[in-house]
Design a protein. Structure first.
Length: 67
């Protein structure tokens, strides 16, 4: 779902963002601003990104599979 894109842009490591050709600003991506709300105060996308990465590791996704 689209939430992972917010999480990636906000929480992704700098090296990963560079490799993907992304910038750390959700407003730069039409896909993320169509709802006119790039940030939700009750959601911590950076923390959620770390949670997703940890979960993928727990279920044994390799680094290449997560990229």
């Amino acid at each position: 779902n689209f939430h992972i894109f917010y999480q990636l842009v906000e929480g992704g490591e700098e090296e990963l963002l560079r490799w993907l050709g992304l910038e750390r600003n959700c407003k730069n991506y039409r896909y993320l601003v169509q709802g006119d709300c790039a940030k939700v105060s009750s959601i911590n996308d950076k923390r959620d990104w770390k949670t997703v990465r940890k979960a993928l590791s727990v279920i044994e996704f390799s680094e290449s599979e997560t990229e």
